[in-house]
Design a binder for this molecule. Sequence first.
Ligand code: NDP
Length: 341
Amino acid sequence: MPSAKIYYDSDADLDLLKGKTIVFLGFGNQGAAQAQNLRDSGIPNESIIVANRQDSYAEDAKSRGFNVEHDFPKAAKVADVLFLLIPDQVQPRVFNEQFAPHIKDDAVIVIASGYNVFYKLLNFKPTQDVVMVAPRMIGSSVRSLYEKGKGFPCFVSVEQDGTGKGLSIALALSRAIGATKAGAIASSAREETAMDLFAEQALWPNIIMLFREAFQVLQEAGCSDEALCYEMWMSKEPAEIFERAAEEGFIQQLKHHSSVSQFGQLNGALKLDGSAIRNHFLEILHNQVLNGKFCQEFSKIESDLEKEGDENPLNDLYKRSEASELGQAEKRVRARLAGLL
Ligand code: NDP
């Protein structure tokens, strides 16, 4: 497979942002972090506007010295660059109704996640630039790493190059928020969405299922609820394993384990036949994620997620998941050890 291009500070020219009005729609997780980083990179405060409804997020932005605009069409009209940093599920409604009709024909729209662009849920004009600058970190880390003079992993792409200058502006914006310091990886909305939804709909469901089944088998073999919960996740051993995998290598981290453990894990994984799960993964990737089936189905139930009680499909999924042996046992253990946890 080809290696991805990686962009660094030296590939980006901050001067391209001179004189541009930069609007951040949203001052939450990513909005607050990226707006502060951008300002600390030398973009004048008077060139930055935070567009937010009148509430605690707006108060937070004001308390940090930002100019806040509550009237979205007004913010749209002056934006040369618009960072779309509100939750993905509300972006189509808010952008299409309150920004798209007013925003300049040559504006740059910045997304931090591929979903709405890959599934074509946002109405852009063909003359506009649409770029993705997608940190692979939560907002607080985007900010704290910047403050420490460090970079953070980030994906960058040009999804629509209306002005012909999409890449250079995407890189300038990436540098301004601190994303090219450690190297921003060239990606695409398709790649980002495919990996994100695949992890959510294929990889992690299988991990949840493996834990659920493992729990039950060991419980039936006489292991106590308390021992199982601690052994399997409450000791935080899995978290430590993943931390070491990130730092030292997915396979190499095994060297911290005993030789019995190393032998068991490596030999066991090599002996497993992955073909059945591979077919299942291919099915999810191609016939659920990339073909848009999930997006269509999810849009039908999306509004129900705001409902209370049984009418909310998530509540039902939680109820059924917690009915498993693992879920029930954990409840008992947490109640019993409440003071110790
Ligand atoms: P948040 O949930 O933190 O967004 C909160 C902000 O959105 C607030 O300013 C809030 O203001 C505003 N908002 C919420 N609902 C509405 C609405 N209906 N109308 C207008 N404004 C609204 O979002 P994130 O920062 O988590 O996510 C932003 C983008 O960044 C998404 O595309 C996400 O996928 C991406 N991303 C997120 C990461 C993360 O760590 N969370 C990591 C990488 C990318 P108010 O409620 O006052 O309107």
